[in-house]
Design a protein around this ligand. Sequence first.
Ligand code: WTA
Length: 648
Amino acid sequence: MADDAIEVLLEEGRTFPPPDEFKQSGNLNDPGVWEKADKDPEGFWAEQAQQLDWFKPWDKVLEWDCPWAKWFIGGKLNVSYNCLDRHVKTARKNKAAIIWEGEPGDERVLTYRDVWREVNKFANVLKGLGVQKGDRVALYLGMVPELLIAMHACNRIGAVHSVVFGGFSAESLSDRINDASAKVLVTGDGGYRRGTIIPLKKNADEAVESSPSIEHVVVVRRVGSESDATMKEGRDHWWHELMADAPLWCEPEQMDSEDMLFSLYTSGTTGKPKGIVHTTAGYLLGVYLANKWVFDMKEDDVFWCAADIGWVTGHTHIVYGPMANGVTQVMYEGSPDWPDKDRLWRMVEKYGVTIFHTAPTAIRTFMRWGTEFPAAHDLSSLRLLGSVGEPINPEAWMWYHEHIGHQNCPIMDTWWQTETGHPLITPFPGITTLKPASATKPFPGVEADIVDEQGNSVPLGGGGYLVLKRPWPAMLRTVFNDPDRYVETYWSRFPGMYFAGDGAKRDKDGYFWLLGRVDDVMNVSGHRISTMEVESALVDHQAVAEAAVIGKQHEVKGQGICAFVSLITGVDNTPELVDELRAHVAKKIGAIARPDELYYAAELPKTRSGKIMRRLLRDIADGKALGDTTTLADPTVVAKLKEQYEDE
Ligand code: WTA
């Protein structure tokens, strides 16, 4: 973010104190919690952990051998038991767990008992396919209830799921399956998106060709005759056929607190995504508490997190946190502008949604579409709103507050990461005075700080790198199969501190203002994509000699992808080739990684030691004066490039 934009942010003077009803009856309304948690963090977390159902209590709260953490040592529990069985034993048994709407308009309501039954059955199906405790299962589906059912079925038997977003390409899927050596893949015959069909099974078939660890593929029938999916005898099985004979009860596995729950791939600064590892007790506790406290989940709430389960937000705010709280949720399969741009607001009205959670990029899109779409619907059931995934700008915050919340709904701007498990810098609706575009302050028990290059804490009013100075239960434990990368990425920049990769400032009241990534990770529509991933996809094309990719400020997406490529000698730089290269990236990684802009460069600016100077490319793309070019091998390269960019 540009310096002037940061200053404007910090001058943001508007404040929104908690409304009285939240102050009185918010799930968290004791401001003393922070002090108590700071005095005795382990005692604080242990007290909260009593709210979970344990088969056997823990012997020790924490073992911290930085950066290796173990929480609730010796405890035994099961996540699906905590999200399902404990509700099914109560009056919640026939309460709606999931109110699902397909993009074409079909509806399904699953009660807690329904989900519990399907989870038990699918857990038995997985066992029947030879899946054992600790085995990895890859899930590549659209937003259908079967995805959530399969995730709980995995954790019921102690298998580790690895969900791959349905928008990723066959190659991305295959890479993730191979890294995890997954035994079983669950996919669909297709999914609906903006009126067209996503060819999940076709991609899955292509992926499995280069993923020899896959023994079985289970296919959910979603689009039926509209699909061109073919089944491979012996390897592929229809979900509904396997489920027809599956026994209804599956004993939940007694999992150790530190047993792995899932792995989820996210982009880092290198070309290869990393599998973030979360474990059973710590993650469950974190997501249970965060949903209860930040989203104030109550018995009568209808919660809707409009994220995709393929990202961590969907894990934490659809599959695990809300279900551990026993709340009713809305789940939607498709696009927000299908058949029209009021689809989400129509659904809020139809189902009486009380808490709605989305991303700033979506809010900015709604702003562009215009206020008439939300205005056409009665949104008065809403009482609380959420935002996640990227910095929200004050204009978007105010628009959300006025046109969706009708000035009655506090907005929870939640900062967190795949790695942190749940929001760590976040408001609480009964306690926090909000400032538009600030994620406010740390979660109780969490010690966040801002440090300078040397790792010294920066006084209030200053900016630097966001770090976390104390372990927390839902923190990642490692990177799958790559413990060195865990240490190197998160714990080496500043010894003894978790390096988040985000820049931040703190105002005089101690409020945190997140300013975006400080590494080579781009945040495109709230999705993490590394510049190196896109560069590798570009150089994979036969016409490309070299590529450099940067994130460029984008009005709706937050950041757009801007690529500079130099071509193999003899290849012509035509407009057709621009389209082909953009399509090539989409095919290699997925449509989310398709470059917004692509420029030809005769040469890329490099230092004398051969490193591409992305900083200069960023200056060119942002239309700024070029910074220091003295370390360049050939300063004329960048001057020429700037001239050419400005001409286009
Ligand atoms: C960014 C998503 C500002 C940040 C939950 C972080 C945010 C990355 C916010 C993690 C926020 C997330 N304000 N920035 N409220 N929330 N981010 O792993 O750069 O997909 O490092 O997790 O998103 O993205 P991830």
